[in-house]
Design a binder for this molecule. Sequence first.
Ligand code: DAH
Length: 359
Amino acid sequence: MADLLGQLESLAMGAREASASAADERALEELRVRFLGKKGELSAVLRGMGALPAGERPRVGEVANRVRDQVEALLAARKASLAGAALEAELSGPALDVTLPGRHLAPRGGRHPVTQVREAIVGVFQRLGYEVTDGPEIELDWYNFEALNIPADHPARDMQDTFYVDEATLGPGEQKGDVVLRTHTSPVQIRAMLRAGKPPIRVICPGRVYRSDYDMTHSPMFHQVEGLCVDEGITFADLKGTLAAFARAFFGPGTRTRFRPSYFPFVEPGAEVDVSCTICGGTGKKDGKRCGTCKETGWLEVLGAGMVHPRLLANVGYDPARHTGFAFGMGVERMAMLRFGIDDLRLFFENDLRFLEQF
Ligand code: DAH
């Protein structure tokens, strides 16, 4: 019996030393197996009990139970102290650097410069009380030309090299020449007036338009914004005030406007509107040299405008004797070129990120 008790005592001592020097949880688990496992040291001692006289067994069993409890307590205590030390080390170690920049998931996208400028233009008119509206890009000849006082044989049609919709794609009852990709946003004037039924009407209509053109300042697809205001007593002074306010809001508070007589079949009188050059401030000179942007004139042409032709009002069933209105139309790409100082319109449509990332 003394032999077995001695073995138990040295087992307990061995466990104490081993657990004190165990470095981590895995080492502790190995110790548990070594001392308390089925094939471990305690089991080996207990197997020796079979050889003892029955009277001595309870005493050895009692000591063996106490030793198991001790070893379990030792391992648990060591585990707790290891965890405490790890936490301590983390807390007293180098602090987490919260100023380290995070990782970007992907490059951030942005709005296309043409979209930005379209929204800026539309935004100014919305603040003036205009409502946004639109019309189809595949348009009937009647809205695009006829109702706008541009009859089939009118020379003004030559100014707009039109894409006609192929015969094969026409609907029932439509003939060659009846359906076009709209060449301007002006047909939305007609649609908006018909939709409203009667004045007052104040709408701003952004959208895509198409012409058979391609060079530094023309692309077969581009964007326009059309404006229309019809009510009782609307005069040319309202048109001037509105566009002058727009020019100041869009190009800057010091911007001046100039109206030159011009001809568009759907307005009378019609005008081309210039703003003081955004590059040289209207002086025509930049750093003592000729300003290339306005070609030294100090003015930039930005849009067409005029008083709605009485024939348009009649075409949509309005009474031209009672109602008057003004309309204007501008090219979004042109405004973007002036705002950002870009000289080739085609850049907008090449989708080159080195260009697009600059906005
Ligand atoms: N639709 C014309 C064009 O594309 C621009 C224009 C001129 C629109 C005068 C208007 C206007 O509303 O009054 O060239």
